[in-house]
Design a protein around this ligand. Structure first.
Ligand SMILES: [Zn+2]
Ligand SMILES: [Zn+2]
Length: 389
């Protein structure tokens, strides 16, 4: 089959690789209908995140049609049109039972590689670095889905492929970030970062009842989407001296009740701390530039919630003292998609959620190297490049 492979830092190619097969009795093989770029892929494409091997098929946000099922698969059948969350869950370990699916204790065969860094490993994910399991990814004609009954969610009739696609990763990640904020009526939620995840966090905060949602970014096209598609207020951080001040003024001097950080270590901040962070990152002293995270902690009201969705490595200047003295609650996770996907598909079917506008660029998988370039450069207002194998 044809697949997009990682051959080295900034060295991608579409090549012919072996087809996946059912390896375990609970496996499903999916014919990929659509698969899309994610900002977290850029971390290993650019070489900031080690652990890829030449020839690895990557990609973790996808949907498709089931073409083969293992002998132990019960509720999933050949021909089902399904969406699959990016983290792989077993459905039966202690973490899956608590609906903390991205922490699954079963699905990461390379967990020992994460142990020195994390203490205890995360679950496995498709098409990511080997410490995350080394599973083949979705930028391919076919992909193997372990524990098919736990990880395949049927797409309701009337929900098109491209709308369903983003409930694999961007939407449940954003929704979880908003869910973490314990929103009550009248709340104001600020969202840092208006990429696909940030926009979906903003849309989810509205679905969950926030009275005001304020989205912070520097790209005019994304801020326009936040206003027009989600009904959020916006702040262009490149146009103001201090985001914190603007948020303070617009909330009667109090600050937002919750801040969702949806930028991560590719953050493009301004100011001295950012210059220091960039310099440190360039010489690999610190793998992150944490400006958006620090600003989120500073901007949040006392006693509020800071919800972290951006992907970070190890950050050496996290403002612990600010968190303590302001009595903040910090919540963070890789997405527990299996907890949210059925609800999100129902919101789509009911017309209460719009995700299709995230697909700014659609192309054949054969053009996916160029697709990643456009996505990375944010060229032509690219939010997500979607590939059709
Ligand atoms: Zn992702
Ligand atoms: Zn599990």
């Amino acid at each position: 089959m044809r697949a997009l492979v990682w051959n080295g830092v900034n060295d991608l190619a579409v090549e012919t690789v072996a087809d996946p097969t059912v390896l375990n009795p609970h496996d499903v093989v999916l014919k990929v209908s659509l698969t899309t770029t994610c900002g977290s892929d850029l971390h290993f494409i650019d070489g900031y995140l080690p652990g890829m091997q030449p020839g690895d098929v990557f990609g973790h946000e996808f949907m498709g049609v089931v073409v083969e099922v293992g002998p132990e698969v019960r509720s999933t059948a050949v021909g089902d049109r399904v969406v699959v969350p990016s983290f792989i869950a077993c459905g039966t370990c202690a973490y899956c039972k608590r609906e903390m699916y991205s922490l699954c204790d079963t699905t990461n065969p390379n967990g020992a590689l994460q142990q020195p860094l994390l203490g205890y490993p995360s679950g496995g994910i498709y098409g990511y670095t080997h410490p995350f399991g080394g599973y083949a990814g979705s930028h391919a004609e076919y992909v193997r889905v372990p524990f098919g009954d736990v990880n395949c969610f049927p797409v309701p009739e009337g929900v098109d492929d491209v709308s369903a696609l983003f409930t694999s990763d961007a939407v449940p990640t954003g929704f979880m970030g908003a869910d973490f904020c314990d929103i009550t009526p009248g709340d104001t939620v600020a969202v840092f970062g208006a990429g696909a995840v940030g926009l979906m966090a903003a849309a989810s905060a509205r679905l969950l009842g926030a009275e005001r949602v304020i989205v912070v970014d520097r790209l005019a096209s994304r801020l326009t989407l936040a206003r027009d598609r989600i009904g959020a207020e916006t702040i262009d951080y490149s146009e103001v001296d201090s985001v914190q001040e603007v948020l303070r003024e617009s909330t009667g001097g109090r600050g937002p009740d919750a801040v969702i950080e949806a930028v991560g270590m590719e953050g493009h901040g301004t100011g001295l701390q950012n210059v220091v962070d960039r310099a440190k990152q360039a010489v690999r002293l610190e793998t992150d530039r944490a400006t958006p995270l620090r600003e989120a902690v500073l901007a949040c009201r006392k006693g509020g919630v800071v919800s972290i969705l951006g992907v970070y490595g190890l950050t050496d200047s996290f403002p612990t003292g600010v968190v303590l003295n302001k009595g903040l609650t910090i919540k963070a996770a890789q997405q527990h998609g299996q907890r949210y996907v059925p609800r999100l598909l129902a919101h789509l079917a009911a017309g209460e959620l719009d995700t299709s506008f995230l697909a700014t660029h659609r192309m054949s998988l054969e053009d996916s190297v160029e697709g990643y370039r456009i996505f990375k450069e944010k060229e032509d207002d690219c939010l997500r490049a979607v590939f059709q194998p």
